[in-house]
Write a protein that binds this ligand. Structure first.
Ligand code: GDP
Length: 482
């Protein structure tokens, strides 16, 4: 049963004020229609201009997507090795390569979608080894698919590297912007990309790229802050997002709807363990192995204590609890959702509130959906658990996340939550302060052009100063929208 959590209450606007298009079968993607009953009301509204652009983009995806005449023509040309400039049917494509962990992949997908909208390209997402994408997410565009068909003619697209001649940087620097003989252009925006590869952020509509029919993108990053660096994109982005602090929040609500299977995992856990609490606290602990790390546990507890997110416990173990009184005597309850590859942190925190009473009488329950031990790649069930946990974290009221972790970035940004972020400890010592509140709900972007696009002098470290873009709290080389 995928029903709404509380049978009571009035019907809510599942389409979020026009952000989502009508016309989907509700049964095929329950999360699209039910998430509104689990989430808080949206704190940022989509602009009418963005809504218009989304409807236009959906029409483009339908008109040019897989199975259509233009798609068949475009892939035929690609297969036959023809270079395609200036397609006369107005159908250009952006293919996103899927790689790395789920948090990275979600940031990349959201970024690619925004970039596709900005450049009027049809977005096609590589479903990954084992065709994982449809097992995780519903189709976002009505009447078409965003899944890259398995007969995509560039068979080795997942192996493209930075040095490939099709890389944008090579086209600009080594080929004088000539795409003669190339079937597509490749954008390499991996976190380890060179500044030259990041020149793609500086492309504007007067450059050659918009004439190329096929573009293949490799990124594991959150691109929107980098897109704001380009004056051409900035103008359009500002119309779409009058408030820059909620780009991911709004785009993810539009784009990312967990599949029915994942939605079942989310709702069953939520209804069993989180729903009834007066308050929910999420704690994401990103560790790289199963070995217990005392200083990490100490850091998390120092953070929850400093920020008054969790009560302390009585040193003596506390008095025996008083008998429950008649109506009105119930203690306040707090449900803590912990996500981690290891169960050790959860077990310790839960035991702390089991052995001793909380100092303020609050009833603290501690829950962890899974402890997978270590990260797996291309494993459906593992990815589905990770998505369910990211989503559950996003349903909490307050959240502590681990710095540098894209898993944590997605969890807080999806929920519209400004997190308390724990920065990486040095020498196994709890840092002071143990955590800090970030300036906005937006994810941090590690890979931006550290040069002024207007000057195009990419050899010079000269990050432009743009309003509402700040250095990240957990990575001095990263920036975030505020
Ligand atoms: P990052 O490496 O922290 O930036 O996050 P990613 O999501 O990109 O990669 C980490 C991957 O490890 C996740 O996608 C999961 O597969 C796994 N993982 C890490 N932490 C957790 C967790 O708390 N719960 C679950 N279920 N998986 C996790």
């Amino acid at each position: 049963n995928l029903g709404a959590p509380d049978g009571e209450g009035s019907k809510k606007d599942a389409l979020l004020g026009g952000l989502l298009a009508p016309g989907f079968d509700e049964q095929s993607c329950a999360s699209r229609y039910q998430s509104v009953y689990y989430r808080k009301n949206m704190t940022r509204q989509p602009s009418p201009y963005l809504i218009k652009r989304l409807r236009d983009h959906e029409a483009l995806q339908r008109r040019c997507g897989p199975g259509t005449e233009p798609y068949i023509r475009a892939t035929e040309r690609l297969r036959s090795g023809q270079q395609v400039l200036d397609s006369n049917d107005g159908c250009n494509y952006l293919v996103l390569i899927s790689y790395r962990g789920l948090g990275n992949r979600i940031l990349a997908t959201t970024s690619a979608f925004l970039y596709a909208m900005l450049t009027n390209r049809v977005l096609l997402v590589d479903p990954g080894h084992g065709d994982t994408l449809p097992k995780l997410f519903c189709e976002p565009f009505p009447g078409t698919t965003w899944v890259l068909p398995s007969n995509f003619p560039v068979t080795n697209f997942r192996d493209l590297e930075e040095a490939t001649p099709e890389n944008y940087a090579n086209v600009v620097l080594n080929r004088s912007r000539s795409v003669t003989g190339l079937r597509f252009v490749y954008a390499f925006l991996d976190h380890a990309s060179s500044q030259a590869s990041r020149l793609v952020y500086c492309d504007d509509h007067r450059e050659f790229l918009h004439r190329v029919q096929w573009m293949i993108l490799r990124t594991d990053q959150y691109m929107p802050p980098g897109l704001f660096f380009n004056p051409v994109y900035r103008e359009e982005l500002e119309r779409m997002f009058p408030r820059k602090d909620s780009v991911f929040y709004i785009v993810s609500r539009y784009l990312l709807h967990p599949s029915n299977e994942v939605w079942g995992m989310i709702t069953r856990f939520y209804n069993s363990y989180l729903k009834k609490a007066d308050e929910r606290l999420g704690i994401q602990i990103r560790v790289f192995d199963d070995k217990p790390l005392q200083h990490i546990l100490d850091q998390v507890l120092a953070c929850t204590s400093q920020e008054h997110l969790l009560p302390g416990v009585e040193s003596t173990g506390g008095e025996a609890p008083s008998l429950p009184t008649a109506a009105g005597g119930r203690s306040r309850s707090k449900a803590v959702l912990i996500t981690c590859l290891s169960s050790w942190y959860h077990d310790n925190i839960r035991e702390m509130y089991w052995k001793s009473a909380s100092t303020d009488g609050e009833v603290v329950s501690v829950h962890q959906p899974s402890h997978e031990g270590r990260q797996h790649w291309y494993h459906d069930e593992h990815d589905m658990k990770a998505l369910a946990e990211i989503y559950l974290l996003s349903l909490t009221d307050k959240i502590v996340t681990t710095g540098w972790s894209t898993f944590g970035y997605v969890a807080h940004a999806l929920g519209g939550l400004t997190p308390y972020i724990t920065v990486k400890p040095e020498n196994e010592t709890v840092p002071d302060p143990p955590c800090m509140r970030t300036v906005s709900m937006e994810p941090c972007a590690f890979t931006v052009p550290n040069f002024d696009c207007a000057k195009k002098n990419f050899g010079e470290y000269n990050p432009p100063r743009i309003p509402n873009i700040r250095t990240c709290e957990d990575a001095f080389w990263g920036v975030k929208l505020t």
